[in-house]
Design a protein around this ligand. Structure first.
Ligand code: HEM
Length: 462
């Protein structure tokens, strides 16, 4: 049997604790201390070989899709098994085709006004010198920003209900406690959730109120409420011969990979996936960008100068799109603080990466944080220096959105949104760190966020 590369000393439990208490520190130091690649053994999930050199990451993302399966077991606690994240082969290809158009290319320009309006609305609640929980504010904006692309324009009242339930589901899910549950009983949690949500959805449809009793009771009740609202929406659109360009409409307009209409259940799961995948990732990304910017007033000054000509009350979004420095700041903050650290694959056949043999069945993937802090790729990786993105860099050393046939569907959308939100916030407000400000990170479900909620002091600029 081929031996896997060495890993950190200690049991799976101690490795998992080191990872979860200091994810960035652990994944930065492991390749330097142990070697590259190294084998990380996570409790409940088993061994995973992690590669940090960009040439090896390029090889991983270039592997033919038929030789790989998604191995992101940690996500099971969060999403149904019919989510795109777990689909393979033709089903996966079909779902990506339907779901990617509303999040790419020229389509994005159509969302600029609503993203800006959602940002202005949220910022209008900031009082001078108030201590603002920035991540929560970003969560509101990022949820609203997704609505048009995912379900199209709808009545405000229905969206308000959906927003409330989804935010509370995601908030309850992306916690250190749920990370512990995810890695120990993830597949069980996925089956239990699917059963409970089906039963509770039936209760809701019959006009009843599902019980929120038990440790997971309120979580599954909340998810059932989201599912019922989305099911209603799917049915109404199906009956009204959906003509829109949202993901929901596109699913209704196209037959599934077997030629028959895609089942309502599957459409609802993809809509939920997009809300979950697109919402807190972006709000955490924005939060980390602000953590970095609080340390770098000179970068803030340069952003303000660059965006000023385009940020009147009716902004010039085309001008904003040309702001190369702002774009470089977004890249540098995603390099410095990548919210999503691991994107494991499982080999279906024996594969070799960088001369290391991985027998069929091995879990492996890029160490995104290791790649982002590789001295060979970046020279001075520990310095926050957006200018580096105005120069050449090896593209496979910058992989905050993963890569290959599973690369994040929302990468362009997120960057587009972050540009508008940061430009508006920094144009309108001076932002300073609140008391007990910290840059410490911890694992939130499947993402890496700030250990303590980021609170900042704001003052409107005149
Ligand atoms: C800062 C924001 C975001 C980050 C850091 C991020 C990161 C990621 C990563 C690392 C993956 C896994 C890629 C792989 O396995 O190679 C992923 C997948 C995915 N992301 Fe994102 N994401 C972000 C925003 C979004 C947004 C806004 C959306 C939706 C609009 C979205 C939708 C998805 C979907 C649907 C997948 C699954 C793709 C598949 O399995 O084929 N993400 N994302």
């Amino acid at each position: 049997m081929t031996a896997l590369p060495p890993g950190p000393t200690g049991s799976a439990l101690s490795q998992t604790l080191r990872f979860s208490s200091d994810p960035y520190g652990f994944l930065k130091s492991a390749p330097l201390e142990i070697g590259d690649p190294f084998t990380f053994t996570m409790l409940g999930e088993g061994a995973m070989v992690l590669f940090s050199q960009h040439e090896h990451i390029r090889q991983i993302f270039a592997l033919p899709r038929k030789n790989l399966r998604s191995a992101n077991e940690t996500v099971r606690f969060l999403l149904d098994e019919r989510s795109i994240v777990f689909l393979e082969g033709e089903e996966h290809r079909h779902a990506r085709k339907v779901m990617s158009t509303p999040f790419s290319g020229r389509t994005l320009e159509g969302y600029a006004r609503s993203i800006h309006a959602a940002t202005v609305h949220e910022l209008s609640g900031f009082a001078d010198d108030a201590l603002v929980p920035l991540h929560t504010a970003f969560q509101h904006v990022t949820f609203d920003a997704l609505l048009e692309a995912i379900v199209g324009v709808e009545e405000a009242e229905r969206f308000a209900a959906l927003r409330g339930h989804l935010l509370s589901y995601v908030d309850g899910a992306l916690t250190p406690a749920m990370f512990a549950a995810a890695i120990t009983v993830g597949p069980w949690l996925q089956r239990h959730t699917a059963k409970a949500v089906a039963a509770k959805s039936a209760t809701l449809r019959a006009g009843g109120a599902p019980s929120a009793w038990g440790p997971l009771g309120s979580r599954t009740s909340t998810l059932a409420r989201c599912a019922v609202l989305l099911h209603e929406l799917v049915q109404e659109r199906r009956e009204s011969d959906a003509q829109g360009a949202s993901v929901l409409d596109r699913f209704l307009q196209r037959p599934g990979p077997d030629g028959s209409p895609v089942a309502d259940h599957d459409i609802v799961q993809e809509l939920l996936t997009l809300f979950v995948a697109g919402h807190d990732t972006t709000s955490i990304g924005l939060t980390w960008a602000m953590v970095a910017l609080l340390d770098h007033p000179e970068v803030v000054a340069r952003i303000r100068e660059e965006v000023a000509p385009f940020m009147g009350t009716g902004p010039d979004f085309a001008g904003l799109a040309r702001c190369a420095y702002l774009d470089a700041v977004i890249s540098e903050s995603l390099r410095f603080y990548p919210p999503s650290p691991l994107v494991p694959r499982r080999a279906e056949v024996d594969v070799t990466i960088g001369g290391v043999q991985l027998p069929a069945g091995t879990r492996f993937g890029p160490n995104i944080i290791g790649a982002h802090f590789s001295e060979a790729a970046w020279g001075d990786p520990h310095v926050f220096r957006p200018e580096r993105f105005l120069d050449e860099h090896p593209s496979s050393a910058f992989v905050p959105f993963g890569g290959g046939h599973r690369k994040c569907l929302g990468a362009a959308f997120t960057r587009f949104e972050m540009r508008i939100v940061l430009a508006r916030l920094l144009t309108d407000f001076d932002v300073t760190p609140g008391p007990k400000h910290s840059r410490d990170a911890s694992v939130h479900g499947i993402l890496i966020g700030t250990k303590k909620p980021l609170k900042v002091q704001v003052r409107r600029r005149t």
